[in-house]
Design a protein around this ligand. Structure first.
Ligand code: ADP
Length: 373
């Protein structure tokens, strides 16, 4: 009988696990939030990921449960573990991707380099942090933020009053405003039995808090940066017991320090380039890792890979025409679409391009993605 992986969440990350699952002879099942989601091409059940009964029923017929997102509540995760379900990543690891204050606390214990931070309960505590850090800082809601929502640069404590009211009693995270040279991301896979597979560190470019472009490997990264980012990711993966893919988002400062921004315990937008630019894609690697199968090679297949997100995208039928136009004009561009209806700023697909020259890959990927504007 083939191995069965159950993915909670029906978004594009689950969708992109389908192709490697087919190749590896893995049966992929998805618990989607609604009909017709991105991952509906796989065997899909519809159910609420916050409902322990729905999730436990879904988990009954699979060998391992994994995730398209990090929002499954801890009690639901723990109910699965208590029922004997193999859950990867498990609740102990996932808590660090669910709450940024819990993450910062643990990273501090592990001695991992990160921005100065504090958990602040009221405007006075926030003001004290601002006073100590040059009058500006980054305030974050510890839970539920994504794509820059829940992140705010403030220069007065009153600018976070609405969040203090909304999260009454719960602390907010405040961080020093890092003057970074650029943002990097380090992907690493870890098996339950401990083996790890490290990808080359990449550069990510965000626009309006959303990942827009990824360059792999990170152009001009020093040997020290490459080694250090790999070591930081391996220390975190082992230190918090992650299983499956881990993405570590990093700031590279002007003086070449690396500071951890945040963690994602699943395939991540900064790793989409691996579909065409690495021997083993992050989606295949995630499946291998959660099933505790030997990991695939993580080397790049050429000198450079560039990923450009398609944000918003054209309406209705038009996407089919755009795909045809991009295919015709840029035959080396690899087009990935998510089957999502367009909305301003929404991630509806991405383009990967791989080349022996960074400029060539960047031009191809950008030009093909521009056809979807
Ligand atoms: P999300 O969970 O929404 O992805 P992040 O914590 O990754 O939020 O922050 C989103 C973006 O905001 C980052 O990619 C970075 O560009 C900027 N940012 C976050 N924290 C800091 C910081 N401490 N200093 C400077 N910029 C930051």
């Amino acid at each position: 009988m083939s191995l069965r992986v159950g993915v909670v969440g029906g978004g594009q990350l689950a969708r992109m696990m389908i192709a490697p699952a087919v190749e590896l002879g893995i049966e992929l099942r998805v618990l989607a939030e609604a009909e017709g989601m991105s991952a509906a091409l796989a065997a899909t059940a519809v159910g609420d990921y916050r409902d322990p009964d729905a999730v436990l029923a879904f988990a009954e017929d699979v060998d391992v449960i994994t995730f398209d997102h990090e929002h499954v509540p801890q009690p639901v995760l723990r109910a699965m573990v208590d029922a004997g379900v193999a859950v990867h990543p498990g609740p102990d690891a996932l808590q660090y991707a669910q709450d940024k204050i819990v993450m910062r606390t643990r990273l501090a214990e592990l001695g991992v380099p990160q921005p100065d931070w504090a958990a602040v309960r009221d405007a006075a505590e926030l003001q004290a942090f601002l006073d100590d850090h040059g009058g500006r800082a980054v305030v974050k809601t510890p839970r539920g933020g994504y794509d820059g929502k829940g992140v705010r640069v403030v220069s007065a404590a009153s600018e976070a009053d609405d969040w203090f009211a909304e999260f009454s009693g719960e602390p907010l995270l405040v961080e020093e405003l890092v003057a970074f040279r650029r943002e990097l991301a380090q992907q690493i896979a870890r098996r339950p039995s401990g083996g790890m597979g490290t990808y080359p560190v990449v550069e990510t470019v965000q626009r309006d808090g959303v990942c827009a472009e990824v360059f792999a490997p990170a152009p001009g990264a020093s040997a020290r940066t490459v080694e250090l980012s790999a070591r930081i990711a391996a220390d975190i993966a082992a230190g918090i017991g992650v299983t499956g893919m881990l993405a570590v988002e990093l700031f590279e400062t002007v003086d070449e320090r690396l500071l951890v921004n945040e963690l994602a315990m699943r395939p991540h937008n900064s790793g989409h380039w691996t579909q065409d630019g690495a021997v083993t894609s992050q989606f295949e690697q995630h499946l291998r890792a959660v099933l505790d199968l030997p990991l695939g090679a993580t080397e790049t297949v050429d000198a450079a890979a560039v990923m450009i997100n398609i944000l918003g995208g054209p309406q209705g039928e038009e996407i089919t025409d755009r795909i045809a136009a991009a295919a015709a004009e840029h035959p080396t561009a690899k087009i990935h679409t998510y089957g999502k209806s367009p909305r301003p700023g929404r991630k509806v697909g991405h383009i990967n391009a791989v080349s022996d020259e960074l400029d060539d890959a960047a031009y191809t990927a950008r030009a093909a993605a521009a056809l979807f504007d």
